[in-house]
Design a protein around this ligand. Sequence first.
Ligand SMILES: Cc1cc2nc3c(=O)[nH]c(=O)nc-3n(C[C@H](O)[C@H](O)[C@H](O)COP(=O)(O)OP(=O)(O)OC[C@H]3O[C@@H](n4cnc5c(N)ncnc54)[C@H](O)[C@@H]3O)c2cc1C
Length: 561
Amino acid sequence: MEVERKWWGWGAPGEFYDVSNRPNLWSFFRKYGAMEEEVPSVTLEDLKTNIPEPVINRSFLDEITEALKKDAVKTDAYERIMHTYDQNCMDMLLLRKGIIRRAPDAVIYPGSHGDVEKIVGLAHKHDVCVIAFGGGTNVVNGTVPETREKRMIINVDMGRMKKIIKIDNESHIAWIEAGMPGIQLEKELNALGYTSGHDPDSMVYSTVGGWVATRSSGMLSNKYGDFTDLTVSIKMVTPAGTIATPVLPATSAGPDLNRIIAGSEGTFGIITEVVIKIFPLPETAKLNTFLFTTFDQGVKAIQEMVEKECIPALVRLVNEDEVEFALKTARKSKSWFKNKAVDLFFAYLSKIRKIDMDKTCYMILGYKGDKKTVRHRQKITRKICKRNRAIDLGRGAAKTWDEGKYDLILIRDLIVKHGVLTDSAETATVWSNLVSLYNNARKAILDTMQKYAKPAWLGCHISHVYRHGASLYFLFGCKEKKGEEVEQYLDIKNTATAAFVSNGGTVSHHHSVGVLHQPYLKEEIGETAAGLLLAIKKKLDPKNIMNPGKLIPGSGNGDKP
Ligand SMILES: Cc1cc2nc3c(=O)[nH]c(=O)nc-3n(C[C@H](O)[C@H](O)[C@H](O)COP(=O)(O)OP(=O)(O)OC[C@H]3O[C@@H](n4cnc5c(N)ncnc54)[C@H](O)[C@@H]3O)c2cc1C
């Protein structure tokens, strides 16, 4: 790997969730199944000796090694292990158990668009499968090789293609190599006075190419749009040739090719360059938190903001279970007075204001822009929240969340080690269906979790708001059933996705389809549209070498996770 990362889990080796000074954290996790002791795990050295023998297509390997730079082709066990799984909880369980059924047989690091053309061309010639790899942050097994694939599989890690190629300052667009990680992109753009406006929680590792390939959505999507809205042009290498969509502000020249490529998850080709919109850095950024008496009341307030065309850049409505999580895992202030003030405030809310504190939700609002507009929006949204009986908590909780937002995933690794099964499932639907989908999906997911363990925890938040509806992001956690962890995981995850589609939601708002959501795709888009995707794939990739088995029903070997 180009950057050193843990062999299982999130982050760099030695990077862990800081549990110090969080007095209620462990009692909260124990309530939901965390054990005192750690679940035993294999070591990286064990995995290296256990990894299946590679399938080698000798002619391909010789030709590609000859065609690329000296250190571009890797076949060692470490590289193969690091590119076997992506980032869901099941992947973590399998790694810790030492289970690798199929790994990529080689990992290749292109340094340029030309290198990618050579790789895809030779893979097509020799019938070798190709999995594009950005940051490996996918959570639906989009980069995981198919177990039953008999052909050689190569993983093409884009980690060496991470340059800003050029910037057009007059048009506010930038040409970016596809392997550019979010955090580096933002740092380099900020230094030039710009932002990309895209800020997913996976920012540290996820890449521009991965964002296009999965139709990613960032925390500021209300202001800047989802990544598809931010994409001006795409260059993609397919077995049938290279497609470079024109750099235009708009066009009516036939179907929107960018939107055909966006979300293709490496099944059509490898994206090598993306032209994106860039924005001058906002003059100011402000945060607010409001406490709502119920989730529904918070939803009503957001709808009012939409009607008034006054949606903050960031809206995050957190349900009562996520509030419990936030309170129980929070750091205690070093100041006695501050802690006392918080206790007194909560006592005042429950005793004097008669608010049922177990039902309260909070909403984080984030504003970005010029000072005048931000002030105006803060004023209007505060009025809307108050009209919906919300209490203004200032910026405290929002600031705490903002400071720790990229590290929350480290909690996953902490509790997985202690026997808790945890992950997310997310969807989106129109306003008229939102509360009903929320209630139905919540009941279905909780019922399934409680088959295995009680109590089970299920948080939910809204974090992406549109004129016609919003996303719902569920987070679940419960004690794992020893020996059946993978089945239990799939049962909960499948329950969630089935509940979303049968209740009028999408299989995924921004996590894409991969393997885990694929069985539900036809129900969402229909037979004819699924056939259209397959027809495009057959035209661009006649030998079905590009990430077979992902996204498109009927494109794989019928692998089950
Ligand atoms: C902690 C965490 C937080 C997350 N938060 C968010 C979030 O806020 N918003 C969001 O949208 N997603 C989020 N995700 C999901 C994930 O980060 C996104 O799907 C992201 O867009 C994937 O980018 P990547 O570069 O890591 O792609 P990868 O995981 O490497 O690949 C994802 C898919 O895209 C394909 N692909 C990758 N690069 C290319 C390329 N250059 N050409 C063609 N195909 C390619 C792969 O083959 C695979 O099918 C989160 C995931 C985690 C683990």
